[in-house]
Every structure is written in structure tokens, then in C-alpha cells.
Design a binder for this molecule. Sequence first.
Ligand code: ADP
Ligand code: MG
Length: 706
Amino acid sequence: MERYFNVADIFGENVFNDTVMQERLPKKTYQKLKQTISEGKELDLETADVIAHEMKEWAIEKGATHYTHWFQPLTGITAEKHDSFISAPLPSGKVLMSFSGKELIKGEPDASSFPSGGLRATFEARGYTAWDPTSPAFVRQDAAGATLCIPTAFCSYTGEALDQKTPLLRSMEILSEQAVRLLRLFGNTTSQRVTPSVGAEQEYFLIDREMYLARKDLMYTGRTLFGAMPPKGQEMDDHYFGSIPERIEAYMRDVNIELWKLGVSSKTQHNEVAPAQHELAPIYAQCNVAVDHNQIIMETLRKVANRHGLQCLLHEKPFSGVNGSGKHNNWSLVTDDGINLFEPGKSPHENIQFLLVLCLVLKAVDRHADLLRESASDVGNDQRLGGNEAPPVIISVYLGEQLEDVLTQLISTGTATKSKKGEKLATGVKTLPDFRKDATDRNRTSPFAFTGNKFEFRMPGSQDSVGEPNVVLNTIMAEALSEACDELEKAKDFDSAVHDMIKKLATEHQRIVFNGNGYGEEWIAEAEKRGLPSINSLVEAIPALTTDATVSMFEKFGVFSKVELESRAEIEYEQYIKSINIEARTMIDMASKQIIPAVISYATELGLSIGTIADACPEADVSTQKELLVKVSNYLREAKDALITLKETNEKAYTMKASSCEKANFYHSDVVKAMEDLRRPVDALEMIVDKEAWPMPSYGDMIFEV
Ligand code: ADP
Ligand code: MG
């Protein structure tokens, strides 16, 4: 890879972006496509044919031999089916390269192998992918060749959404409609659309690939199922923002180059809190593009790592006892003429529109806290949320000192008359300039924090798509906006109606605001007093998908039908069952084939050496060795018993005749517990058994030696 280059030259070079379209497409075609993109107008087949042809020519110049409809089924990762551009051989024996408008617009992958949660019987396998022209096509080049990737939405024969993208696009539409309605009431006649902007910060771990390959748990489940903490953990806090080692830097550089070529504006990178943990943040983009880009980021992080002899771990909690990884979803609402609805301005207390929008966010989050929590749940995140570093499991909103003060004024007197200002920050060093600090400090413990002109939802898991959290955010906000507009449009005196509404909302939803330490025990008790839901796991979160409040909201706005929601709940239960079953089986395999035999050999050797010493020198004191042997044997016994219990429990779960919901709950309560019971003695053994005898790399090997 080129060492020195100009980023501007390579940025977006593999993207069929606006510049390429302007250059390549006939003017009329370009204009029609732009209308489709900006106004959602349907594209006629003739225009699509022209676009497809130009897209193909461009892709072939980039070395592409195939094209694929790139989509996001409910597996959390992307899927693709590759077709080559070649047409049927001509009489001359040669082939032409062809790609029609129809092939661009619509694909028909066999849908039966993707999760549908009972939406479709397997004999009704038809599924369609439909081009999303608002997310640009791109050519992915790698060692395997080059492919034209066309971002698409994926739905069933009868039109039900089978992916992340379809509901996301629906939610963006309705949010825009409702937000524009509100803007009109405030006298804005120019903005035509309101689009959510999203910047998803991605956390990940990097370890040596050899070590990864030596651990079946990492290979099969993405996380370590056994492993004791090294003597040095992250207590020194010396990794966060620490200087980046050369090997990692070379990796990040390659990742950036790949991403830039694909038009992903990778911007920030730094070491995270835990050893071997890092973060990558792109510049925010339109919501659906950001969701696509996050998938590209995850793919790229994985792929490039292998080239560097590294393994990228995207699991939320690869190492127990070490900080987990999340995805901070930064979200704001911006008009097509550049107004951010979450921008408070210098004196928020006078910014009535902002205050109303803010209170509507509070209402939306308060009312649908359970659903928001559900949207951030996946199997891996169960290991992370509620730990001491990740956001707590309780949803609350952090507003910061300044806004909380404005809110308090509103609630107590009905009007806010002042906003706290940031003071001068005196560093005490003459040569450093004094600067004005922000009126509000940051809060790292809140799951949903206002950070200046956006909200940062910090709960989503690192390996999950951010599709669902954004569908939920967009829809709950659309609902709150719509209800406000219904009322305000009828009001005789708009100003006083808005005023009353702000006060009422602030008072009613004050309970969701929490500026304190979200990690403290006191908060759990306080949240309970306030009646905020505390949902500890994925299986407890799933029911939020099908409550009356959820169903009626999604149906009202046409984002999900009841059937689609039920199918999603079903898929999540099934995924939970499958994942825990794989984890349990992996533990059984490792314990019985690797760990227990290794410990038996170690114990045997220990016993033999005690015998040898006693024979050679009867007066030698072998009590230390004997104590160790007793300890090892006891833990071994405990591990063996736990292994048997785990086998039986998992078998019982696997063969259980019950609904997915019941089954998943059994896995959660019984199998997970049996797994923990096996892990405990094994981790204790790892601490006392000779390192040479342990059959796999330790935490210390993996996270301190990258
Ligand atoms: P942090 O506040 O977490 O330290 P940044 O301010 O750099 O970090 O922003 C983190 C992410 O938020 C980036 O992806 C950034 O592009 C995105 N972001 C910044 N402003 C907005 C906005 N108005 N709307 C959505 N995302 C934003
Ligand atoms: Mg952040």
C-alpha cells in the first residue's frame, strides 16, 4: 500500500457518487435520479436501464466482474449473492458484459435461508431485494477480486420487511413528515425535509491471529468462555488515548485507506479504555447511509486485520472482567437547508422551538424506554450492559447542567429566564490561552446523553447493526412530534399553547432525566422509585417489541405491522437459543477435550514428582506440593460435576418441546447458570496450574501482547 498520498485524491474513488453520476449520466437521467433520491419519486425502467449501464461500465473499469445486491437480513451482518455481468455467449463464442435496469432495481435471492420468524414457510422462498438509491453503490476490491455492491432493502413476496433497511427507510420518511409539520407551525416555510444524521462510533478489540486460532471459544462464539484475569488488568488506565503501537497503527492506516476509498469518512481513532481495545469514529451521515457505512466499517475492520496477522473482535464482551465494546449512536435531526433541530443556540431558554423539541425527545424516550432498551439488545450485549463500565440497563437521559437548569425553571415557574453560561477556563499557565469551557460537562455513564447538538445513545452493542436503534429513535420521535402537531394545529393562541405544552411535557417526563452517576447502586433504587423500567437481559427485553404501545405506534406510522413485530420477536428468541446453545457446546468441548485432560496430566505429574521427591529424600517437606495437588483435584472434581450438569441442562433445553419464548427463557435461566458454574472452577484452575500446562493462550497473552 502507498505510504504517502493525498487523502482527497482517494476519498470515494470506489463509490458511484454524485460526481461520478454527473460525469457519466446523461443530464436528463441524472436529474430523474436526483429526484428519486431527494423526493422519493419512483424511477421508470428506461431511466434505470441507462443508470445500470453506466454503473456497470464504471464498475468494470474498477475491475469488477460481478455485481451483488448488498442487504442486511436480520442476522446482524450483511448478505450478498453474486452474479457476474456476463450475458449468454454469442454465436461467435464471445460474451458481452450486461447489466439491466431491472437487475439494478430488483433482485430475487432465495429468502428461505434468512431468518423470517415464521413470516414465511420455507416452500414460499421468494424474497426481493430493492435498490436503495439514497445509499450509493460501491465497488469493493480485495484479494478475491472486485464486486459492484448495490445497497438494497430486503422483503418477502408479500411485502413484509425481512431486513434492517426497509423499516429504517420507512421511519425516516414519517419522521421527516412530522418534523416538517412542526417547522411549519413555527413559521418555517423553506425546509422541505428533515433527516436524521447519525454518527456511529465503533469499538473493537484487536488480538494476534495465532492466539485467536488457538482458542475455540473465540473462533466459535466471538468471546472467551473461560479465562482468568491477568495480574495486571486495566486498573492503570494507561491504555486509553495512549500512544498507538506501530503494528496497530499500520493496521488502522490500511483500514482508513479502504474506508476512504469506499466513501466512509473515517475520522477519529484512538485506544479505548481496555488493553487491546480501540475505537473508530466516522463523520456523521444521513441515517441509512450511516447504518450501511457501519456495516462496511465492521467488515473492513475484520478483513484488514487478517492481512496484518491480527484478529478483530467485534463481540460486546470478548474478555470477562475487561471493558466491553459498544457502539455510540450519535443522532440529530437536520433539515435539508441545514438547520439542526437539536441546536440550542447561545441562550436555550429563549429558543422555544428547541425547548419543545427537547421535551418531545424526553416524552418519546420516557414512553418507549423499554423499546429503546430492546433495540440495543443482542446476545453479546447481555454480557456488557449493567457492568461497571458500560451504560447501565436503565434508560435515562442526561441533559447537563445548563439544560437541566432551564428545565427546572420551566417546571417551577412556567418560564425560563436565563441560561447558565460556560465560564472562562483558567489553566494557570500564562503561555496557554484561556478558553471558554462548555456550559456543560460530559457524562460518561448515561445511556442517552445530550452532547451539545445531538443525542448520544450509548447502549447498542458493538457487533449489532445500528439499524434497529435508529428505527426506534426515528419512530418514537415521529409519534411525539405528531401528537404535538395535532394539538398545536388546533390551538387558537399558538404561543401560549406551546408554552403550556413545554411546561406540561417537562413536568410529566422529568423522571427520565438523570444527571448523576449511572453506575451507582443508588441509581437502581432511585430509578425504581421513579418507575423507570430496569430490564436486565435480552430475553426480558424482547416482549417490548409486541406490547400494545409498540404495536399501535408502529402500525400508525406504517413502519412495522403487528405480524412483522411478532416475527422479529420470534427471530430474536431463536437467535438467543442458537447462540447460547453454541456457547454451551463450545464450553463442553473445550472442557472435556482440552482443559480437563490437561489438568489431569498436570495433576499426575505433580503426584509423580511428590513420589519421586519422597523416595529420594524422605525427610523433604512436600506439603506445598501436596496442598497444590489437593486444590487442583478439588477444582477438577468441581469442574467435572459442572460439566456433567451443563451437558444435561443443555440437552434438556435443546430437546425441549416449547415455544421459542419459553425455550429462550430456559436457556437464560438454566443453561447460562450451568455455564457460569463450569467457568468458575476452570478459571480457578487456570490461576494455579503451571502456565506451560494450560492448553490455550491466557488473557495476559492475548491482550497485552499485541
Ligand atoms: P464524542 O462527543 O463522543 O467525544 P465527537 O463529538 O467527535 O465525539 O462525535 C462523535 C460522533 O458523533 C462522530 O461520529 C461525529 O461525526 C458524530 N456527530 C457529531 N455531530 C453530530 C450531529 N450533529 N449529529 C449526529 N452525529 C454527530
Ligand atoms: Mg462517544
